[in-house]
Design a protein around this ligand. Structure first.
Ligand SMILES: Cc1cc2nc3c(=O)[nH]c(=O)nc-3n(C[C@H](O)[C@H](O)[C@H](O)COP(=O)(O)OP(=O)(O)OC[C@H]3O[C@@H](n4cnc5c(N)ncnc54)[C@H](O)[C@@H]3O)c2cc1C
Length: 344
């Protein structure tokens, strides 16, 4: 029988950032993940400190941005790389009204750190009403981050690639197959609905598509463009266009309407030819009250949940993984807005 401090089920942003806390604190663990439905691995990895359609701040935003920076430095110590690339978000403004709102917001106390009061222009992009610049933003190199983090876990024999088998779990004895554990953390994203211990959570999938495109006239500036959707260059040289939001479909099938929506959105800002190389789909795990959920199972004190990362998987996953870790190890109380108790 193998003995570990933790089993973590699910290795998207939530699971991997939780695993990071375990590595940092010298806890033994295994990660069980099949990687077949990862919203994280199809995400844009964009980290932006404001809500870009309303120009507002969000709950714990400052704390989350700072905590992510610190965490990525810690991860660099064992993976050898910082996967975050700082770059401004260039918000392409739609009309004069939006421009005026931007000016007002850039003067407000909570947003002036992030929203520049200077507008910019770009030649390769349609931007009749100018471009507002968001500072302290950037993106995680999603593909490389997952590839190299998983390789590290594989090399250290802490990763089991399989679908978690609930028939093999005995939560009273704290045993899964031939592994005895102290704590088991479920970070399964949308598939928590198939988890017999937590399936009561009111989880709502928010389906998202993104396109990978090759473009004929490359954009020289290293920026994340955003009007309706994000548009930026990825590690492999292709450009990301996404993501859509659809709450009516719960499968991972590509929808032609979403593809057309993204193409239309790209053509509105990019006046040259392009080729769609790939379409990817993911289901964002969101909860009815739009807050993440963390905490302990009402009956089994060894079972925990980390879910509901919504549209901000990078920031939420990083910050709330630590909140859960502190709750389990140091008995730090959970904020009531996050505690799974709110759903029982
Ligand atoms: C198109 C799109 C674009 C996005 N862009 C961004 C962005 O730019 N920035 C941002 O911050 N967020 C973005 N998001 C949101 C973000 O992706 C999600 O919030 C986040 O991925 C959720 O992470 P998670 O770890 O909870 O779940 P997931 O990423 O879904 O990870 C769960 C993992 O657990 C595995 N798993 C599940 N059940 C089991 C089981 N029973 N056994 C074994 N393994 C299991 C799955 O295969 C998967 O690997 C985007 C989402 C989409 C769909």
């Amino acid at each position: 029988m193998k003995n570990v401090d933790y089993i973590v089920v699910g290795g998207g942003f939530a699971g991997l950032f939780f695993v990071h806390q375990l590595i940092k604190n010298n806890k033994s663990f295994v990660l069980v993940s099949d990687r077949i439905s990862s919203a994280s691995e199809v995400s844009g990895g964009v980290v932006n400190p404001i809500v870009l359609h309303k120009f507002t701040s969000f709950w714990l935003g400052d704390e989350q941005v700072q905590f992510l920076q610190q965490t990525l430095i810690e991860i660099q110590q064992y993976l050898g790389k910082n996967y975050f690339e700082a770059m401004p978000v260039h918000r392409i403004l739609s009309d004069e009204n939006e421009k005026q709102t931007w000016i007002i917001k850039s003067k407000s106390e909570d947003l002036s750190t992030y929203i520049s009061n200077q507008f910019t222009q770009m030649n390769a992009i349609n931007n009749q009403f100018g471009i507002g610049v968001v500072q302290h933003s950037g993106r995680l190199s999603v593909h490389t981050f997952f590839k190299e983090f998983y390789q590290f876990l594989q090399d250290s024999n802490s990763y089991i690639q399989e679908s978690f088998d609930f028939n093999e779990l005995n939560p009273s004895k704290k045993i899964y197959k031939d592994i005895s554990y102290k704590h088991l953390v479920f970070a399964e994203g949308i598939r928590v609905k198939d988890n017999p211990y937590f399936s009561y959570l009111p989880i709502i999938p928010s389906k998202g598509h993104h396109l990978s495109v090759s473009i004929s006239n490359p954009i020289s500036e290293k920026v994340i463009l955003k009007k309706k959707h994000f548009f930026f260059q990825m590690e492999n040289g292709q450009y990301y266009v996404g993501g859509t939001f659809d709450r009516n479909s719960t499968d991972l099938q590509v929808m032609e309407t979403s593809v057309q929506e993204l193409k239309k959105s790209l053509e509105e800002i990019y006046p040259y030819s392009y080729l769609v190389e790939d379409v990817e789909v993911g289901l964002r795990p969101t909860l009815t009250d739009r807050r993440p959920t963390l905490g302990v199972h009402h009956e089994y004190e060894s079972l925990f949940i980390l879910n509901g990362m919504g549209t901000r998987g990078v920031l939420n996953g990083c910050y709330f993984a630590n909140e859960l870790y502190q709750f389990i190890e140091n008995h730090q109380p959970l904020l009531p807005e996050l505690d799974i108790k709110r759903f029982r």
